[in-house]
Design a protein. Structure first.
Length: 366
């Protein structure tokens, strides 16, 4: 058995599926791709080497949900022919995700990512340590924008060169193109809502759908299925599962952004509050609160907060019933997704593991 084959599930419903082993396979694949890029970029000198090293850090670790849903979108339709080629295709989504995170951290002025300095902060610090001229903040911003662009370019290259049949890769690239357009536009809707101070549940749900839900679960399923030669009917069945599940996934993320444990999430307590995120959770809270409580929550968004202030805002949100409402919405969306999964005309092996992945995506603490 080759190194790549050890991540291939055995026959039978969910048999042989080891999430940790799969994540290790994706890690190995994506790092090998960065090594290939470094082989010629390192010759450009210290600055290029540093950019590549930050690329390597950006793609290290994580839950690898996008790669997993792509893998099982493929196995929902047909057994994999070449696991190494499919791993490479799935790993391209992790490069896309890393690109989005680097850009997102800069736009949100985040200080950390997975317990490490965010890219723009790391390059700011380097500028200051070296005593370079001009603006350290501008240097950090430029580095983050360019690193995110580099990772975005690599994601396309990795999928195009995965080695699977060219006609199927071309079909998958169509979904991949849609994915990138959706996530960029969804991100802009998000920052625009923050800029206006808009808190509207419907708008917040649109942001959930386009900034995260589609590119986290629905589109990875589509890409994997396209690589297996899926027809339109199968793709539509996967949408009925993947889209509500992706929305539930992001709503869980929104709850963690306010109520998550920093020791587990790797982000400061109440990070979404200090970043001024106008999430569904916040929109529901502001919709219910009135008077001084509503004003206190609204005026606190997007500014530095003490631990006591974060705790106070958490109590306000919880007391408004918004926390419970979002939990109920997550349950409703997940139930709808699982009902669609049960009805889908897909391979039983994939159905069982997709059910496991649905639980992992919506019941997580990080």
């Amino acid at each position: 058995m080759t190194e790549s084959q050890d991540v291939v599930p055995a026959a039978g419903p969910g048999a042989g599926w080891d999430p940790a082993e799969f994540r290790a396979g994706i890690e190995r694949t994506v790092q090998a791709f960065v090594d290939t890029q470094a082989a010629w970029l390192d010759a450009l000198g210290e600055d290029a080497q540093r950019l590549v090293e930050h690329a390597r850090v950006s793609v290290t670790g994580g839950k690898r949900f996008r790669a997993a849903f792509c893998w099982w979108g493929h196995l929902a339709v047909a057994p994999t022919a070449d696991p190494e080629e499919l791993l490479r295709a799935c790993a391209s989504l992790e490069l896309l995700h890393a690109s989005a995170l680097v850009h997102d951290d800069y736009m949100d002025a985040s200080d950390t990512r997975r317990g490490r300095p965010a890219t723009h902060r790391a390059f700011e610090a380097l500028h200051r340590e070296r005593g370079w001229s001009a603006s350290a903040a501008q240097y950090g911003a430029s580095a983050a924008i360019l690193l995110g662009d580099l990772l975005l370019s690599w994601s396309d290259e990795m999928l195009r060169t995965c080695g699977l049949p060219a006609d199927r890769v071309l079909d998958a690239l169509g979904y991949f193109d849609q994915t990138r357009s959706e996530v960029v536009t969804g991100q802009f809707l998000d920052v625009s809502a923050q800029a206006r101070g808009t808190s509207d549940v419907d708008l917040a749900m649109t942001v959930v759908r386009y900034k995260s839900a589609k590119y986290s679960i629905e589109r990875p399923l589509h890409i994997g299925a396209a690589l297996a030669g899926a027809d339109r009917a199968t793709v539509e069945q996967l949408t009925r599962f993947g889209l509500p599940l992706g929305e539930a996934f992001q709503l869980r993320d929104d709850l963690l952004g306010v109520f998550g444990d920093p020791e587990v999430t790797g982000k400061p307590a109440g990070d979404d509050l200090t970043e001024g995120k106008r999430t569904v959770l916040i929109a529901m809270a502001l919709e219910t609160l009135d008077g001084a409580d509503r004003d206190r929550l609204d005026s606190s968004l997007g500014r530095p907060l003490t631990a006591d202030e974060v705790a106070d805002l958490r109590r306000l949100i919880d007391g408004s019933g918004a926390h419970a409402r979002v939990e109920e919405l997550i349950t409703s969306l997940t139930d709808r997704a699982l009902a669609a999964l049960d009805a889908a005309d897909i391979r039983e092996e994939a159905r069982e593991v997709l059910r496991q992945l649905a639980a992992a995506a919506t019941q997580r603490t990080v």
